[in-house]
Design a protein around this ligand. Structure first.
Ligand code: ITT
Length: 201
């Protein structure tokens, strides 16, 4: 794969996200890479106008790469609930103002449903400062929405997402266990070979 980049020309990777929980997960996932992994500047705002996770990941990666002049990795992710026709989906972060309010709205909406199947989806995109998409991948993790919050770790919807094989919420798992099975980790594993190529490491 010729990506049209000079070998070793970039050593910094910008995580194109304003979500501290995501940025921390990526820093851990990338800890073995010889890269300076930084969050995006506070001054950058990107409107997420896409209908699909991958569309928004692309928008965010390209905007951050152009803005910083560095290679950028964006994640657009969310929780898709079967009984709600896939909602909140790409609107997961806009479902309410805070994590606590988002969780309580979702639990409330599902009060009268016995079908609590759901999945987390993550689309990752890596872009270069000239606005070119270098890599794109997606990952998914299936589970159900718990009846109440459980566990202390993680972020976002983690306390109510019960992973299907373990029966544990992401918040009950802690990072190391979540890392083996989460939507973001699965997408990241698919991204890794291409990322190594880009950074020649
Ligand atoms: P950026 O767009 O700046 O990255 P964001 O929080 O707005 O930040 P998204 O638009 O991708 O990110 O929205 C994702 C939503 O889904 C957000 O509310 C997250 O907290 C939630 N989410 C994504 N991955 C999650 C995970 O692994 N655990 C819990 N919640 C997650």
């Amino acid at each position: 794969m010729n990506l049209g980049l000079k070998k070793n020309s970039f050593r910094t990777l910008v995580i194109a996200s304003t979500n501290e929980g995501k940025v921390q997960e990526f820093k851990k996932l990338l800890s073995s890479f010889p890269l300076l992994v930084v969050g995006q500047p506070d001054t950058l705002e990107v409107e997420e106008t896409g209908k699909r996770f991958i569309d928004n990941a692309r928008l965010k990666a390209i905007a951050a790469a152009r803005y910083t002049g560095e290679i950028a990795l964006a994640d657009d992710s969310g929780l898709c609930v079967e009984a709600l026709g896939g909602a909140p989906g790409v609107y997961s972060s806009r479902y309410a103002n805070t994590d606590r309010e988002r969780i309580s709205r979702l639990l409330n909406q599902l009060k009268n449903f016995s079908n609590r199947s759901a999945f987390f989806s993550a689309a990752l995109c890596v872009a270069s400062p000239d606005g070119k998409v270098l890599l794109e991948v997606e990952g998914r993790c299936d589970g159900v929405i718990a009846n109440e919050v459980r566990g202390n770790d993680g972020f976002g919807y983690d306390p109510i997402f019960e992973e299907k094989d373990t029966g544990l919420t992401f918040s009950e798992m802690g990072f190391n266990q979540k890392q083996k099975i989460s939507h973001r980790s699965l997408a990241f594993q698919a991204l890794m070979p291409g990322l190594k190529k880009i950074f020649n490491c």
